[in-house]
Design a protein around this ligand. Structure first.
Ligand code: FUC
Length: 761
C-alpha cells in the first residue's frame, strides 16, 4: 500500500496538508469541501543576495588574515577559544542572507451546497497524485492534483459523476507585497519583483472548463454548470545560479510557454506522462513490511504503530525527494520545496553542518541517484564564491563554505556563537560526489564533475591544516564541533571529515591516474593528520581532542561519530579493517546521547545503530521518530517541520537492510529488528553498481537476487550463504565462488542477475 489518506480536510498547513512537487515547484493541498486551498512555491523565490539594500558583494568575506592567525595562536596557547571571543575575532554580522519565500495560494470555492459525506483525502505516493473525493446529495465530486516534472506545471481537475455539476470560483492570492494580479480569458497572471532584492517573479494559471460558462470578474474566475474544470499553474523567477549576479532571463516567456503548452494538451495525457515520469523513479525501490491495512487512515495508523508507519515513511521519503529535487532547479532545502512563510525557520536555507547532506543520504541507496544532480549543480555554483571566501578569509587556494548557505552563494560566516564556524562544509559536500561515483561507477562523472570539486576542497585543507604544537599532528584550527562546545583545535568531526576528503581525493586521483605530485602530498598529509579518533576516560569516542565529554550530555548533534556514518572510517564489525575498539567506543558515545533529539537527530541515530549492527536499537529510534517527531501528514517535526528527518529516516531504514561501505562487500540484513520478522525489499542499491532484491522470513533472509551493473568480484555476507555456488539467473549456470564462513566472493558479469536462496545449500 503506497497511499496515505485521511477522513477529513486539512486545516493546518504543517500538520495536515499534503505535498505535491515537481522539483522546482511545490504545493500543499488542503482539500477543504467548500474552500479548497493550494499553497504553492517555486524554489528560487528567495530574498537576499545581490540587489538587497544591506548586501555588498564579498562583504561576508572581508579580508582578515590577522584574525585567523590570532585565533589560531590563542587556541595554540590556551587550548580553546571562548565562543563569544571566536565571534569577536572571526564573525561578521550577516547581511543580505535572505530567506526562502512563499509564492501564494490558489483558492477554489466550489458551489454545490448541501453537506458532504463519504469524504476522503489522499496522496498516492506511487502515482504522485493528490485526490479529494466526497458526495453531496446524489453527486460524487472528485479533485485530482499533480505536479508534473516533464510539463513543468502543477495541474488540477475538479469533476463530478453527473454532467453540469461543477461550479467553482477560483482566485490566486500572491504572498508577496506589491504583486500585480490580472485575470484575462481564463488566465490569471501574478507578476512582481521582490522589494528586498528586485528578483522578478511570475506565475500564471490557466483554467479551462468542459461545458458550462466561464466569467472573469476582477481578480477571480467563476465557472458555472461545467462537467469538469481543469487548470495548470506555472511559476518562475529571473534567478540564475551564476556568481556574482545571480540573474537570468525574465520568467514571463518561460511561464507563458509552460502553461500554454500544458493547457492545450489532453488532461489524461498530461496525467499519464506525469505518472510514468514519477514511477520511473519511485517504482525502482520498494519496501514491504506487510503492515499497511487499506482501511485505516494514516493518522490512525501512525498512532497504532507497528511496521505500517515505517513502511509508509520509507515510501513517503522517497516520494518527497522525487517531488523536491529534480534536475534543473535548486536542491531540496530545509523544507524540501514546501514553505508557507516569508520568514521560515532558519530562513528555509541550506545548512551544511548536517541538514543538506542528510537530505541526500537516501538518494544513492534507494536508487534515486538522479535526484542528487541538483545538489551537484548547487555545489558547482558554490565554488566561485567559495574561492573568494577561501582567498579573502584564509588567504588560501581552494573553496570553502561554512555552516549554512543560500542560492546566492553565501560562503562566509555570521556572528552566532554556536553556529558560525564550520569551514568543513565543502569537504563534507564533496563526499556526495564521490559516493555518487562509488555507487554508479561512472568514470566520466568522476573525472569531469566529482574529482575537480574534491581536489579543490582538498587544496583548501592542504593549505589550512595547522601543526598542533602539543603533538605535531595536523589539525583544523580553530575547529568547532557543530553547535556544541568551544572553539578548539582538531575537534573529532573536523578531523574525520578532512580525513574522509583527503582519502577519497587520493583514491580518485589514483583511479583516474592523475596528479602524481598531489597524490604524494595527500598521502604525506594523511600520515600526519590527526584522525579525530580517540577513546576517552569512560570508553567513549571523544568529541574533542581533550577528554571533555560528559556522559550525561544528550546534545542532538552526534558529530564525532561522522566516521561511523556517513563516513566509513569506523567500519562495522566483520568489515575488513574494522577497528573493534573504535566500534565499541562509538557505541558507548551513542548510547550516552540517548534516544531523544530533534527529528533529524533521531534519523541520524537510526543509521548509526544500523552501522553498529543493532537492529532493535535502530528500530527503537525509528519508533521514537514516528511517535514523537512525525506529524499526521508524515512530515518530520524538528519541531517545526524540517524535511531532513524524513530523508534521514529512509536512509536509516536502507542502512538496516543493506550496507556496502567497503567497496565490493555487501552486508545483507545487517541490522534487521525483531519487530520486522517478515518482509521484502526490491531495488536497494549497493556501491559498485549492484541492485539488491531481498526477501526474509522469521528474521532470516530467504532469497537474495543481485543485479551486477559491472563485472567485478562481489563479496556477500548473509545468513543465506551456505555454499560457494551462486546461480547466474541470466545464463542459468552455477557460478563457483569462494566461501569464508558467512561470506561468499564470486565474479560477476555485467548486467547478469545472481540468486541465493535458503534451499540452495
Ligand atoms: C542545525 C541544527 C538545528 C536545525 C538547523 C536547521 O543548526 O542544529 O537543530 O536543524 O540546523
Amino acid at each position: 500500500m503506497r497511499v496515505i489518506w485521511y477522513g477529513t480536510p486539512a486545516t493546518d498547513w504543517e500538520r495536515e496538508a499534503l505535498p505535491i512537487g515537481n522539483g522546482a515547484m511545490g504545493a500543499m493541498v488542503f482539500g477543504g469541501v467548500a474552500a479548497e486551498r493550494l499553497q504553492f512555491n517555486e524554489k528560487t523565490l528567495w530574498t537576499g543576495g545581490p540587489g538587497t539594500a544591506d548586501y555588498r558583494h564579498g562583504d561576508w568575506a572581508a579580508p582578515r588574515p590577522d584574525a585567523l592567525a590570532r585565533a589560531r595562536a590563542r587556541v595554540d596557547a590556551a587550548g580553546r577559544l571562548d565562543n563569544d571571543e571566536a565571534v569577536a575575532l572571526l564573525g561578521e554580522p550577516r547581511r543580505g542572507f535572505g530567506a526562502y519565500q512563499n509564492f501564494g495560494d490558489v483558492h477554489l470555492a466550489p458551489h454545490h451546497g448541501g453537506t458532504a459525506t463519504g469524504y476522503r483525502r489522499e496522496l498516492d505516493l506511487a502515482d504522485a497524485l493528490a485526490r479529494v473525493r466526497y458526495e453531496v446529495g446524489d453527486t460524487t465530486y472528485t479533485r485530482e492534483y499533480f505536479a508534473s516534472h516533464p510539463a513543468g506545471v502543477i495541474a488540477g481537475r475538479l469533476s463530478a459523476d453527473r454532467p453540469g455539476r461543477v461550479s467553482v470560483t477560483l482566485r490566486v492570492a500572491p504572498a508577496q507585497a506589491g504583486a500585480a494580479v490580472t485575470v484575462e480569458g481564463g488566465r490569471v497572471t501574478v507578476r512582481g519583483a521582490l522589494s528586498d532584492n528586485g528578483l522578478r517573479y511570475e506565475a500564471q494559471l490557466r483554467l479551462l472548463a468542459d461545458g458550462g460558462t466561464v466569467t472573469g470578474d476582477g481578480d477571480r474566475i467563476t465557472v458555472t454548470g461545467a462537467d469538469s474544470v481543469r487548470f495548470v499553474l506555472a511559476a518562475g523567477t529571473d534567478y540564475a545560479d551564476t556568481y556574482p549576479h545571480y540573474r537570468g532571463d525574465d520568467p514571463g516567456p518561460r511561464v507563458t510557454a509552460a502553461v500554454d503548452t500544458a493547457a492545450v494538451r489532453d488532461f489524461a495525457d498530461l496525467r499519464a506522462e506525469h505518472i510514468a515520469d514519477h514511477r520511473r523513479l519511485f517504482d525502482r525501490c520498494r519496501l514491504d513490511l506487510g503492515g499497511v491495512p487499506r482501511d485505516v487512515p494514516t493518522d490512525v495508523l501512525l498512532d497504532r504503530g507497528g511496521p505500517g508507519p515505517a513502511e509508509l515513511l520509507f515510501g513517503y521519503g522517497r516520494y518527497l525527494l522525487i517531488a523536491s529535487s529534480r534536475p534543473g532547479s535548486l536542491p531540496a532545502n530545509l523544507q524540501g520545496v514546501w514553505n508557507s512563510s516569508n520568514t521560515p525557520p532558519w530562513c528555509g536555507d541550506y545548512h551544511v553542518n548536517i541538514n543538506l547532506q542528510m537530505n541526500y543520504w537516501l538518494a544513492e541507496t534507494t536508487n534515486l541517484a538522479e535526484t542528487a544532480l541538483p545538489l551537484f549543480d548547487f555545489i558547482d555554483a558554490l565554488r566561485p564564491p567559495g574561492r573568494v571566501t577561501a582567498r579573502t578569509m584564509f588567504g588560501s587556494a581552494g573553496w570553502v563554505v561554512h555552516n549554512e548557505t543560500t542560492p546566492f552563494g553565501f560562503t562566509g560566516v555570521h556572528d552566532w556563537p554556536t553556529a558560525f564556524w564550520f569551514p568543513e562544509g565543502a569537504a563534507w559536500l564533496a563526499q556526495h560526489l564521490y559516493e555518487h561515483y562509488l555507487f554508479g561507477l561512472d568514470r566520466a562523472f568522476l573525472r569531469d564533475r566529482a574529482y575537480p570539486v574534491m581536489r579543490e576542497a582538498a587544496e583548501f585543507w592542504l593549505a589550512n591544516l595547522h601543526t598542533d604544537p602539543s603533538d605535531g599532528t595536523l589539525v583544523a584550527s580553530p575547529s568547532f564541533s557543530p553547535e556544541h562546545g568551544e572553539h578548539v583545535a582538531g575537534a573529532a568531526m573536523s578531523q574525520q571529515i578532512i580525513g574522509d576528503l583527503l582519502t577519497n581525493t587520493l583514491e580518485a586521483a589514483r583511479e583516474l591516474d592523475v596528479d602524481a605530485q598531489l597524490r604524494e602530498r595527500l598521502a604525506d598529509t594523511l600520515a600526519r593528520l590527526d584522525p579525530g579518533l580517540r577513546i576517552g576516560s569512560w570508553g567513549q569516542l571523544q568529541e574533542w581532542k581533550a577528554d571533555l565529554d560528559d556522559p550525561a550530555d544528550a546534545h542532538r548533534h552526534v558529530s564525532h561519530l561522522f566516521a561511523l556514518h556517513p563516513g566509513r572510517r569506523i567500519g562495522r564489525i566483520g568489515e575488513y579493517g574494522a577497528d573493534v575498539g573504535l566500534v565499541d567506543a562509538a557505541r558507548v558515545s551513542l548510547a550516552a546521547r540517548g534516544d531523544g533529539g530533534t527529528g533529524w537527530s533521531k534519523a541520524w541515530k537510526i543509521s548509526f545503530w544500523a552501522r553498529l549492527g543493532d537492529g532493535d536499537r535502530a528500530h527503537r529510534l525509528l519508533t521514537e521518530q514516528l511517535r514523537h517527531s512525525t506529524l499526521p501528514n508524515l512530515f518530520c517535526d524538528h519541531p517545526p517541520f524540517q524535511i531532513d528527518g524524513n530523508f534521514g529516516a529512509v536512509a536509516g531504514i536502507a542502512e538496516m537492510l543493506l550496507q556496502s561501505h567497503r567497496f565490493g562487500f555487501l552486508d545483507v540484513l545487517p541490522a534487521l529488528p525483531a519487530a520486522w520478522p517478515d518482509g521484502a525489499v526490491t531495488g536497494l542499491r549497493a556501491r559498485g553498481d549492484v541492485l539488491v532484491d531481498l526477501t526474509w522470513r522469521d528474521g532470516r533472509a530467504t532469497e537474495l537476487v543481485l543485479t551486477a551493473g559491472r563485472g567485478d568480484m562481489i563479496t556477500v555476507r548473509s545468513t543465506l550463504v551456505q555454499s560457494p555456488d551462486v546461480t547466474d539467473l541470466t545464463t542459468g549456470a552455477l557460478v563457483s565462488g569462494r566461501r569464508d564462513f558467512d561470506q561468499v566472493s564470486f565474479p560477476t558479469e555485467p548486467g547478469h542477475r545472481y540468486r541465493f536462496t535458503a534451499d540452495q545449500a
